[in-house]
Design a protein around this ligand. Structure first.
Ligand code: NAD
Length: 505
């Protein structure tokens, strides 16, 4: 049966192809009982998965890595059909799958190896110590619709590598890629129950939070707060990757061609539906006009529309229907308060949900387009007197996910980076940091808690255990019972020598 003629059961969730409006598929909306059943299966599968060790798990991750390479087109087509991004952007998600599988296969062991600890405390003389990292058990990963693989299965990989079993709850808007990941798990022979999918809406996500041992959440700040509150009540760890309003700062000495190219890519990738999308640019006055002209020309050259083959479109459709209202609202609010549209500004007429690449100038801080997350193909550009004003305006936001700085002066760039309230800062670059898995990525302020990638990107899926061993077991310690005055005086003398003021007489 063709996708357009597919029937959806009343209790199922239909999935729409946003470029064509056709039905792309449907998934079941799992209830609490079904989620509990998945968790029970995951719990039963976990000890054996932990027992095969890092080498055993790395073998599975290597199979996963090869599967991604062999199935780039299959993955890209699935992502494209439910999310609407171009096939080129969708393929990059599959490439991330291969890179991440290889990375965690190689690095999980070293990030989670026992760590020797030394102490200079005089009260623990003669002890050896180490920290070990034990898997938490069953991890629940809850993901958004903008990157159906990258911010969904992408976070499953390190949780699995750490020895946990995982249940992924994808967005109800784009669940088909996650179902493809379930097929992938079968095809590569991942042991049954190690990875499962819980399809459904917010209530399914909330049910998952009720029964897993740790939560990795990516999505809006509003939902993230609810998830964190419930994890707090349950006293289970959660890691939150939330919204952003990323600024770009362009100084007068910048290579303007490079800055324009990076800012166009950073603001228009996935039609602006990227958490680390550049959502506002602050440009020093002497180069403002030239920079705006360059970016506007590039925006005008972008091909908007359904991607039918690699290289056929630069900007895909808007995935989530309410986004159309948000983006239109931000543009009309700006215009009603005096902003000027240099290009775009409207919904593209015709089939599908497309919004024209839009440049706004004459924008002021009171406008929604500079205050709230737009998550669309718009870029408001602000003229600033100097770097200090750009830093001040960049930091005047509740969000702090990512920022970028464009200048030829390395020292100035690093000074600005250190002044910015953002979890990641790129210099003369945008977005590329996500593919450096050694580099942690996470938000400050309302943009999240915790990080993905790097050592913390896997340690967060573990429980730390500290182990101390006495190397010289004496019958009685200096500070031991029954207490003796001479031992306490000797201890006090040692403390004075080790920590006290030097004697003058
Ligand atoms: P959302 O918060 O609406 O939904 C995210 C997920 O949470 C979905 O799977 C949803 O079903 C689930 N959910 C909803 N209510 C829930 C509840 N009460 N308990 C548990 N789960 C629940 O977000 P969205 O609209 O899908 O995604 C867009 C947002 O995600 C944007 O704000 C974007 O910036 C952010 N995002 C952040 C990152 C990052 O790495 N920081 C990456 C991608 C997207």
């Amino acid at each position: 049966m063709s996708a357009g003629l597919m029937r959806v059961a009343a209790e199922d969730i239909p999935v729409e192809n946003p470029s064509t409006g056709a039905l792309a598929g449907s998934v079941s909306n799992m209830n609490e009982t079904e989620v509990e059943r998945l968790v029970a299966v995951a719990r039963a599968a976990q000890p054996a998965w932990q027992a095969i060790g890092f080498k055993g798990r790395a073998r599975h991750l290597r199979s996963m890595q090869r599967w991604f390479v062999d199935n780039i087109d299959r993955v890209a087509t699935t992502i494209h059909e439910e999310n609407g991004k171009s096939l080129d952007e969708a393929a990059i998600e599959a490439v991330y799958g291969a890179i991440a599988s290889a990375f965690w296969a190689r690095k999980a062991h070293s990030y989670l190896a026992d760590q020797k600890v030394r102490s200079r405390s005089i009260l623990v003389f003669g002890r050896s110590m180490f920290i070990r990292y034990a898997p938490v058990g069953v991890v629940g990963v809850i993901g958004p619709w903008n990157n159906p693989l990258l911010n969904n299965f992408g976070d499953v990989i390190p949780a699995l590598a750490a020895g946990n079993t995982v249940i992924l709850k994808p967005s109800e808007v784009t669940p088909l890629t996650t179902l493809l990941m379930v097929e992938m798990a079968k095809e590569i022979g991942l042991p049954s129950g190690v990875f499962q999918a819980a399809t459904g809406d917010g209530a399914t996500g909330a049910a998952l939070v009720e029964s897993v041992d740790a939560v990795m959440f990516t999505g809006s700040t509003r939902t993230g707060r609810k998830v964190a509150a419930r994890c707090g009540e349950r006293l289970i760890p959660c890691s939150l990757e939330l919204g952003g309003k990323d600024p770009a700062i362009v100084l007068a000495d910048a290579d303007l061609d490079r800055a324009a190219a990076m800012i166009v890519f950073g603001s228009m990738h996935n039609s602006g539906q990227t958490c680390t999308s550049i959502e506002r640019a602050y440009v020093e006055a002497p180069v403002f006009d030239e920079f705006v002209a360059k970016v506007t020309d590039l925006y005008r050259s972008l091909r908007l529309g359904e991607s039918t083959a690699l290289g056929s479109s630069d900007c895909g459709s808007l995935t989530f229907p309410p986004q159309l209202e948000t983006i239109t609202g931000h543009v009309s609010d700006a215009v009603s308060r005096g902003a000027t549209i240099l290009t775009g500004g409207h919904v593209q007429p015709g089939v599908g949900r497309f919004f024209q690449p839009t440049i706004l100038v004459d924008v002021t801080p009171d406008m929604a387009c500079l205050r709230e997350e737009t998550f669309g193909p718009t870029l408001p550009i602000v003229k600033v007197a100097d770097a200090e004003e750009a830093i001040r305006l960049s930091n005047a936001s509740p969000y702090g996910l990512q920022a970028s700085v464009y200048t030829k002066n390395k020292r100035v760039a690093e000074r600005i980076a250190r002044s910015l309230e953002a979890g990641t800062v790129t210099i003369n670059d945008s977005l590329a940091n996500y593919f450096a898995l050694e580099l942690p990525m996470g938000g400050w302020k309302d943009s999240g808690l915790g990080t993905r990638h790097g050592a913390d990107g896997i340690r967060k899926f573990t429980k730390r255990q500290s182990v101390m061993r006495t190397r010289f077991p004496m019958k009685k310690e200096l500070h031991g019972m029954p207490f003796e005055a001479k031992n306490s005086r000797l201890l006090r003398r040692i403390v004075e020598i080790a920590y006290g003021h030097p004697r003058t007489s």
